[in-house]
Design a protein around this ligand. Sequence first.
Ligand code: HEC
Ligand code: HEC
Ligand code: HEC
Ligand code: HEC
Ligand code: HEC
Ligand code: HEC
Ligand code: HEC
Length: 310
Amino acid sequence: MRLRFTILVFIYCCVSLSSKAQYYDDPQQHQCLKCHSNQTYTFHNDLMDTEEKRLMNPYFVLDTVALKNGVHKVFDCVDCHSYEYTTYPHAANLKLEPMATCLDCHGGDESFASYQFERIQEETQKSIHHQVYGDNFTCSKCHSQHTYAATARNSSNVLEIVQYSNNMCLSCHNNMSKYNLVAGHENPQLVQIHNWLPNQELHFSHVRCIECHTEVVDSLMVSHNILPKEKALRKCVECHTADSRLKASLYKYQNLQKRSDDGTISTVISNESYVIGTHQVPFLKVLSVIIFILTLVGIIIHGIFRILKK
Ligand code: HEC
Ligand code: HEC
Ligand code: HEC
Ligand code: HEC
Ligand code: HEC
Ligand code: HEC
Ligand code: HEC
């Protein structure tokens, strides 16, 4: 029994030593993605001397298109991750490796000043997530360092901005496993919680979650202070008026202004047909003026004839 155990340990050591020596060639990124962009991966089992095909943990599969569009596309995998990952099986202690946070790299860096990383961190620390989970609720809970793209800042398509932003929230709030990982219990059902909102699907594709769930801060591109649910926005008129709150949040982006000029956005916010009593249709407006003038003319003519008759 003990002999068999010793032999197994010996074999294990040999395997791990020999596999340590087996580095993948450049380019690193390509090598990593051979395994980390597919649902399955293959590797050589040195112990059995066989090629093996296994299922990849779906959470470890990276989206290669999103990687190429991300802000960190110039990085190699091993710029952020240990070079030891170039061996497979990966060494167990790599799980303990501390990873750099956004502020580690971006904090105090002049070239990224326009993003106001420090201010964002301050706001994030006031948010409900931070109040409940403290520093465990890292920036990476919402922002993947692999794929993040500054969409609100760069896109000129409202729907794209909304979808990108909302997916960051939904990737957790609509994913039982991810939510459970943070909270330790199941996620409340968003559809039921927002039952009071008509056309829920339409709203969720036209406004961001953060429009209703953050305090709007003018000086920041994207408000990061997620308020407790009691403070969430419920009043329809906050958005459905000409002086919509969306002007200070979703529709404030310079990159959208061009569209705003050609009227696409202003029709959305000043579409007052949703607010009773402010309904205005240009054709009817002109018609009513014409009727008014015709009536006036009628009265005047009528008056003139009456005076002439006298
Ligand atoms: C032969 C396939 C293969 C290659 C090549 C590969 N990996 Fe992995 N990697 C895996 C598998 C499978 C896992 C799941 C955990 C395990 O089996 O060790 C994993 C897990 C990981 C993890 C998550 C560890 C954790 O537990 O949180 C990271 C990070 C990682 N790999 C980075 C890399 C990097 C960086 C490279 C390239 C330098 C790379 N991998 C190359 C197969 C591979
Ligand atoms: C800009 C830094 C950065 C680069 C570049 C990077 N990673 Fe990561 N990676 C991270 C961070 C940070 C985490 C931990 C995320 C977290 O805390 O949830 C991580 C986690 C992972 C994981 C674990 C699963 C997950 O998403 O949490 C895998 C697998 C992985 N990276 C593979 C890769 C591969 C393959 C590449 C190259 C294509 C790569 N990474 C490039 C920063 C980076
Ligand atoms: C390992 C260091 C590192 C980490 C960690 C890191 N970044 Fe970066 N980031 C960089 C570098 C370097 C660039 C510039 C890349 C280039 O020149 O293309 C960059 C670019 C960016 C840009 C685009 C800047 C521009 O104007 O082009 C944004 C936005 C950004 N990062 C956000 C983040 C966020 C959010 C996080 C955390 C989730 C993060 N970064 C984590 C190093 C890092
Ligand atoms: C609760 C989720 C969440 C957390 C946590 C979070 N962010 Fe964000 N962040 C967002 C969303 C949503 C956006 C808008 C995405 C977009 O369209 O660019 C954003 C945008 C950004 C931007 C781009 C703003 C711009 O000016 O273009 C930066 C930079 C950023 N976040 C940094 C951080 C940093 C640093 C942290 C941690 C201190 C953090 N975020 C934590 C959700 C989050
Ligand atoms: C039109 C405004 C509005 C939009 C858009 C909106 N919410 Fe809400 N949300 C609310 C209000 C108001 C409440 C409070 C409901 C209550 O307490 O009955 C709420 C409650 C919540 C809660 C609290 C759940 C609980 O524990 O009871 C979560 C989580 C939440 N919303 C997430 C989201 C996410 C994620 C999105 C984006 C997909 C989103 N919301 C979009 C207004 C909105
Ligand atoms: C990684 C997971 C994760 C992500 C990403 C995430 N959340 Fe949450 N969120 C949680 C958890 C867990 C809670 C429950 C906190 C608690 O127990 O009170 C929560 C709570 C909330 C609440 C309810 C607060 C209350 O008073 O109960 C709102 C609103 C909310 N999140 C909005 C958002 C928005 C908006 C985004 C995207 C910008 C987002 N969340 C992204 C995990 C997440
Ligand atoms: C955060 C801002 C916001 C809030 C709060 C909000 N809405 Fe909306 N609503 C929108 C936007 C944006 C649209 C999409 C407009 C468009 O493109 O047609 C929309 C669309 C609608 C539509 C659909 C109109 C159509 O064309 O089919 C109705 C009805 C509506 N909202 C009613 C309400 C009611 C009732 C409330 C309050 C319970 C409410 N909304 C709260 C922003 C908001």
